[in-house]
Design a protein. Structure first.
Lengths: 171, 171, 171
């Protein structure tokens, strides 16, 4: 934390309450968003912060057994990929970009999606599926990962997000 | 809430403060993001939580009279749609995916955008347009829905987000 | 603030605690998301709220010297652009949409990305690069803007987000 400038000395006690819980809502299936979510959840656990992920809309794919290892980077419409829009639309370019990103992740010891989910579950991150999104995509629990902690409504999710020091992120 | 594991018994009182207000910033016009936002706002109201939506950038389309019933799902660049990138770019594919999603929504009794906005307004969700984005897109208030509660600057929005138990989400 | 309805009179004191700090996580390189992030950070400073931006994943491009003036609007997969999907994929359309958006921004006195970053730095917004994303994209600090305040891990970022009245947004 060499770059951390903030001095605790000048702060009042009530201002320095640590983060207690991260509640992450994952609504997208693009691999960059999925990894961002998992890294934020994992980083929280490493700091002793509780973390929970609520998989909703397309984010459900990240916990669907048959799909979770086949997520893609969005090449088209994603200027960050450095691929011209027309080229990005060519068959194979999306697969290539996805392969490249997965390869970089592997070099940094970031596990593939399925293994990452196991690590998150083992570290105490709660993994929840959104009931409404499951109904929308006609998914039942046996199609989802075994490590799932359960199915929640939006109301259940809000109830779990109670308490000081809880933060919600929509990814 | 059969899946809710957390026990209130082991928690100190100050940790269980309920969520009081959800402040949602909607910056996108894709129908999946618009519905995610509306469902989070509506779910909050159903739990007795205040909710407000700040429509900014492309999110303004969701409250623009002439556009709100013509929002689309993004098929290209959205791996969640299960449509190959080239096919996703063909005319008609985006319309088809949008029609399919709207049909699923209807089966789950989720109303179309215009009707959903009326329900949100009636349930007490505050609906705000971003002043800067209105200027950017040359929109004036008469082009926006009648249920709009007003036009806010970013500073106004921050002022409304004051108080313990308030959470902000960027969608 | 003519549209602000909430009356402070009916609120208890502890409910009206002002926002103290905005912690913005920028993970995308599309110009609309970058501007949304900068406008939220700048709006915070104008209200006396601390603000910090954590540039991660593709968001790193917004602080990469050689790229920050060449960010694009996503035309394909972005229904908000009013460009048919096929047309959006044509070479030149993305450049045109980007030029139009930049032109509108200029009319509203919103500075280009590089200049906006200087203003943010001068106004006290902390600008942080994500260590993991830098490793993933093989970026070192000399390729990033001079105004950068440093490089943080996710854990460092959480540590800086401590305290009552802090809000995190994922953009």
């Amino acid at each position: 934390m060499e770059n951390t400038i903030e001095s605790p000395v000048n702060k009042k006690v009530d201002e320095k309450k640590p983060i207690k819980k991260m509640m992450l809502i994952l609504s997208k299936a693009t691999i960059d968003n999925v990894y961002a979510c998992f890294i934020l959840a994992n980083g929280a656990r490493m700091e002793g912060i509780e973390s929970e992920i609520f998989f909703t809309f397309f984010g459900l794919e990240a916990i669907t057994k048959k799909k979770l290892e086949h997520l893609h980077v969005a090449t088209v419409g994603n200027p960050g990929m450095h691929i011209p829009t027309m080229l990005g639309g060519l068959p194979g370019m999306e697969a290539l970009a996805t392969k490249m990103m997965k390869s970089e992740m592997e070099k940094l010891d970031i596990p593939p999606v399925g293994e990452f989910l196991e690590i998150l579950a083992a570290s105490g991150t709660k993994l929840w599926a959104c009931k409404l999104a499951m109904d929308m995509f006609h998914l039942d629990k046996d199609k989802l990962i075994d490590d799932l902690d359960g199915v929640l409504t939006v109301g259940d999710f809000y109830a779990r997000a109670q308490g000081d020091g809880t933060h919600l992120l929509f990814i």
